[in-house]
Each structure stands twice: as structure tokens, then as C-alpha cells.
Design a protein around this ligand. Structure first.
Ligand SMILES: Cc1cc2nc3c(=O)[nH]c(=O)nc-3n(C[C@H](O)[C@H](O)[C@H](O)COP(=O)(O)OP(=O)(O)OC[C@H]3O[C@@H](n4cnc5c(N)ncnc54)[C@H](O)[C@@H]3O)c2cc1C
Ligand SMILES: *[C@@H]1O[C@H](CO)[C@@H](O)[C@H](O)[C@H]1NC(C)=O
Ligand SMILES: *[C@@H]1O[C@H](CO)[C@@H](O)[C@H](O)[C@H]1NC(C)=O
Ligand SMILES: *[C@@H]1O[C@H](CO)[C@@H](O)[C@H](O)[C@H]1NC(C)=O
Ligand SMILES: *[C@@H]1O[C@H](CO)[C@@H](O)[C@H](O)[C@H]1NC(C)=O
Length: 458
């Protein structure tokens, strides 16, 4: 490989000058993406004596974790991630980062009003059923999609049915249809493949939701885990930084070089192995210089469009949550794009909301659409103040969320190819392509690390 990767002529001169002041970062493992899995990998690798560097695009670690602090009281309001599965590994990770665990609870303890957010009409007589036995019976048919997507060959055709077709084929009851009321799912759930419904609402998720097997920061501040991780990792984390270009050798001894744009200028990373812990879609991967095998595989995946935020001064009675349901669709599935719900928080009058769409949206578009919804709700919910002007105080984009592939690609073996490409060109992939919840992703990541360590020692 060429000795100088950050390669423009001007940069080559600058890089030469800077190389005198340690602009080349040499590590065992480079990690792209400092969310749940990238941060976990970094801490574990350091604890096992490996040197690491994280390249994170945002100004914080933690990915889908989003915490807003109420300015008047300092109360933390989590408007992204809500709970963790309570298992040994989560508790060990909490302990490692000095987090005191408490019981994880789902925040929505106020009576929901189900309303069609397109016209403000209440959905009368509707309530969300509890997930029932017929769903669980179906789920248990497919243990190989509980902790990753390790499909048999051929892939069972039933898993490739859209969820509405699956419900119809197996004549599932309202209790299975309760899956339609789950919020953190991007896009149109009726069209989602059964495979992804089961992978998302799996046994672990059910134990969290139905049996309370969930933990959270006792102090309610979810971002603390990632702030503590950042303190621990210090200058091994490059925040507000992205990879500009990369070179990856075909043998372990040839390693990886990355040119990274940081707030302090470009830096070069020289590492033995690379972990890709950001969503593995072409928009994120292209800078690495994909070959045909890689681009054929990753072009099959695309993520959902999901946005979250915090809003005050809604003008609505504060003793309810407000949930979007459509009047005239089967099972009242909400139509897109739109706000999924407004949930009250422990600060009276402050709500968090989630929003999903079938295409990319800007913050301004999401907030303006959400404001229109609130003005509509003010006019249709009794006891509202129609003069209140909503105040948007926090926002986060979760796009692209949980990348998925279409039925044809899955039939053709896209997940077999995904598992097969691990380690190829010194690059390893982890993250929410495989399962939704952070603790399960930590589990999957920890199973991958011994292989990465072995490759880094070759
Ligand atoms: C609204 C919402 C609520 C959720 N609630 C829960 C919950 O309660 N419990 C739970 O267990 N799970 C929850 N999840 C699931 C969540 O996706 C996972 O728990 C977990 O965050 C996924 O980890 P990850 O490392 O794959 O991705 P992320 O945590 O998203 O990490 C990816 C990181 O990569 C960074 N990045 C992206 N592109 C680039 C790039 N090109 N270069 C550099 N960095 C990049 C991102 O900024 C991000 O920090 C929720 C998800 C959403 C959207
Ligand atoms: C990252 O960018 C944000 C927004 O521009 C800024 O507030 C923050 O200080 C930056 N952090 C670092 C470490 O560069
Ligand atoms: C579908 O299930 C319902 C009960 O949930 C039952 O009454 C009905 O006969 C079933 N239909 C078929 C075709 O099996
Ligand atoms: C609002 O109040 C009116 C008059 O009191 C009542 O008829 C109507 O049913 C109420 N609407 C809702 C959604 O409760
Ligand atoms: C990971 O999950 C599997 C079950 O899917 C479990 O047997 C194993 O103990 C878990 N590993 C850790 C480290 O928690």
C-alpha cells in the first residue's frame, strides 16, 4: 500500500509536516461508529489489552441513546433508548462504567388517547391488546432469528411474507396483531417481512416488556453510560469525525489505513483490523473503497427513516399520552409519514415524540410536520389551548435505522454472505443489522471479538 493515504498533494505536504507531531494514529483496532456496539467493542478490547480508536460522526457516543436535560430542574429526559434487557452482560457493562442499575420501566404510565393524526378523530373503543400465545407460538418456530439472522437454506418462505400476509395465512388473533402497536419500528409495519417482525419482537424483547426483565440507569440519565465511556476512552475517541478514504489489505499483516476528517484537521489511522459499527449501508461504506463482493452485498441493505425529539408547550391536557392510529386502515395501523406518539415525561408538560417516514426528512420538516399535528390535536382534544405554540427543544435523527433487505435478496442468501464476509479485507461488521436491542448486540459483539483479536495478532 502507498505510505501516504490522505493523498491530495497539499495534504501530503501537510501530513508530512504534521507527522512530526504525531498525526498518524497507530492502533490494533480502528472502530467506525461509537454507538452501542462500537463503544462496547472499544471498552472490551482495551480491557483485553488492545489499543483502539473510535471514529464517531456525532459529537457524543451512544448512537440511539438521546437524553435531554430539562433546563429548569436538570431532570434527564430520555427520548431515544428507553430500557436495557436485564442480563449478566448488561450488568457487567454497567458496573464497568460505574453505572448504578435500577428497574427499567416503559415510561408511558398515563392513559393513552388513540387519535387519527391525519384528521384529529379519536379512535373510539380501541385499546392495544397484549401480545398473546399465538404470537409466541409462531415466534418459537424460528429460534435462529432470535440472536442474529442465521437462516437455514432454503429460507422458509413464510418468513418472507409481509406481516399482513403472515397474520392472514396463520389466522392470528388480535393478540398477535398487537405487534402493530409497537413504536420503535421504522416504516410501514404491514409491509415489513415476518422475518423482521420476529427478529425485532423476539423472546428477549418480550421478557423486557411482559415480565419486566429490564434495567436502566437508576438516576434516569441514559447518556451517563456513554459519557463515562468517553471519559474512559479519552483521546481514543475522535468525535465529530468521519472517514474520508480508506485502504484495506487482503491479508491480516497488511492492515487498514484510514484518512479521517476531524475538527482538528485530517488524521491518518493505521490499524491492524477495522470494526464497522455504523449502519452498513453504501452511504456509510463507500469511502472505504468497496470491491465488487462488498458492494454487491451491502447495496442490498437499506435502513428505515426514524426521528425523535422533545417538545414543550403542546397546549394539550398533560394527563394523557397521544398515540397515532388511522381510522380506516386494517387494525388502525397509522399512515406514514407521521408522528408515532407524544409521550409525557417526568417533567409536567414536557413530552418526547417519535416520528417515522418512508423517505428522508430534515429536522425542519420533521418539526414542522409535528407542529401541524399538534395544532390539529389542539383543535380536536377537549381541554386544549388552541393558542399554545409548541416549542421544540431537542431532536435526534436515527436514520438509517436497522438496515433490512428485500425478500429476493434474502432468498438469494444475503445473510449467509453477510456472515461470510466477516474479516474479509481486515474488516468486521457489528450492529443493529442483526437484532434490535443493545444487550443482544453487546452479546453478538462479544462473540465476534476473539476472532478480531486473533486476526490482529497475526
Ligand atoms: C427510538 C429508538 C429507541 C430504542 N430503544 C431501545 C431500547 O429501549 N432498548 C434497546 O436495547 N434498544 C433500543 N433501540 C435499538 C437500538 O438501535 C440499539 O439498542 C442500538 O443502539 C444499536 O446499536 P448500534 O451500535 O448498532 O447502532 P448505534 O447505536 O446507532 O450506533 C451507530 C453509531 O455510528 C455513528 N455513525 C453513523 N454513520 C457513521 C459514519 N459514516 N461515520 C462515523 N460514525 C457513524 C452514529 O452516529 C452512531 O453513534 C432503540 C432504537 C431507536 C431508534
Ligand atoms: C462537536 O460538534 C458540536 C456541534 O457542532 C460541538 O458543539 C461540539 O463541541 C463538538 N465536539 C467536539 C469534541 O469536537
Ligand atoms: C380463525 O380464528 C378464529 C378465532 O381466532 C376462528 O373463529 C376462525 O374459525 C379461524 N378461521 C380459520 C379459517 O381457521
Ligand atoms: C369533547 O366534549 C364534547 C362536549 O362536552 C363531547 O361531546 C365530546 O364527546 C368530547 N370529545 C372527546 C374526544 O372526548
Ligand atoms: C449470549 O447469548 C446466548 C444466548 O443467545 C447466551 O447463551 C450467552 O450466555 C450470552 N453471552 C453472554 C456473554 O451473555
Amino acid at each position: 500500500m502507498s505510505p501516504m493515504l490522505c493523498s491530495s498533494f497539499v495534504f501530503a505536504i501537510l501530513a508530512f509536516a504534521r507527522s512530526l507531531s504525531a498525526e498518524v494514529i497507530t492502533r490494533d483496532v480502528a472502530i467506525i461508529g461509537g454507538g452501542a456496539t462500537g463503544t462496547y467493542a472499544a471498552i472490551s478490547l482495551k480491557d483485553q489489552g488492545k489499543s483502539i480508536v473510535i471514529v464517531e460522526r456525532k459529537g457524543v457516543l451512544g448512537g440511539h441513546t438521546a437524553t435531554y436535560h430539562d433546563p429548569a430542574t436538570g431532570t434527564p429526559i430520555n427520548y431515544g433508548l428507553q430500557v436495557y434487557y436485564d442480563d449478566d452482560q448488561s450488568r457487567a457493562f454497567f458496573a464497568r462504567l460505574n453505572i448504578t442499575p435500577g428497574q427499567g420501566t416503559f415510561p408511558n404510565n398515563k392513559t393513552p388517547l388513540y387519535i387519527d393524526f391525519n384528521d384529529g378523530a379519536p379512535i373510539l373503543g380501541y385499546s392495544v391488546p397484549t401480545i398473546g400465545d399465538d404470537y409466541i407460538r409462531e415466534l418459537h418456530k424460528y429460534p435462529y432469528i432470535e440472536n442474529g439472522i442465521e437462516l437455514p437454506d432454503p429460507v422458509p418462505e413464510d418468513l418472507l411474507l409481509s406481516w399482513e400476509k403472515y397474520l392472514e395465512k396463520f389466522n392470528l388473533s388480535d393478540e398477535a396483531i398487537a405487534t402493530y402497536s409497537r413504536p420503535a419500528v421504522a416504516g410501514d409495519l404491514t409491509k415489513m417481512l415476518a422475518l423482521y417482525v420476529f427478529n425485532n419482537l423476539n423472546t428477549v424483547q418480550l421478557e423486557e416488556e411482559l415480565n419486566g426483565k429490564a434495567i436502566a440507569n437508576a438516576n434516569g440519565d441514559f447518556a451517563e453510560l456513554y459519557r463515562n465511556a468517553l471519559k474512559e476512552l479519552g483521546s481514543d475517541v475522535l468525535l465529530n469525525s468521519t472517514v474520508v478514504s480508506g485502504e484495506r489489505g487482503s491479508k491480516p499483516s497488511e492492515g487498514v489505513k484510514l484518512c479521517v476528517k476531524t475538527p482538528e484537521g485530517e488524521k491518518q489511522i493505521v490499524a491492524k483490523q477495522l470494526i464497522f459499527a455504523a449502519p452498513p449501508v453504501l452511504d456509510n461504506l463507500d469511502v472505504l473503497g468497496l470491491d465488487k463482493r462488498e458492494s454487491d452485498l451491502f447495496s442490498k441493505f437499506s435502513g428505515g427513516f426514524y426521528y425523535t425529539g422533545v417538545v414543550t408547550n403542546l397546549g394539550l391536557p398533560t394527563d394523557h399520552s397521544y398515540v397515532n392510529r388511522a381510522q380506516h386502515t386494517p387494525w388502525h395501523v397509522a399512515t406514514l409519514p407521521g408522528t408515532v406518539m407524544f409521550n409525557p415525561t417526568s417533567v409536567e408538560g414536557t413530552y418526547y415524540y417519535w416520528y417515522t417516514s418512508l423517505e428522508g426528512m430534515s429536522q425542519q420538516q420533521v418539526e414542522s410536520s409535528t407542529r401541524d399535528t399538534l395544532k390539529l390535536l389542539q383543535r380536536s382534544v377537549n381541554g386544549s389551548n388552541i393558542n399554545a405554540e409548541p416549542n421544540f427543544v431537542a431532536y435526534n435523527s436515527h436514520t438509517p435505522l436497522h438496515p433490512t433487505a428485500d425478500a429476493d435478496s434474502i432468498r438469494a442468501g444475503v445473510y449467509r454472505d453477510y456472515y461470510g464476509i466477516q474479516g474479509y479485507r481486515n474488516t468486521w461488521y457489528t450492529g443493529s443489522l442483526l437484532v434490535t436491542g443493545s444487550p443482544q448486540l453487546w452479546n453478538i459483539t462479544s462473540q465476534l471479538l476473539p476472532k478480531i483479536i486473533a486476526a490482529s495478532e497475526q
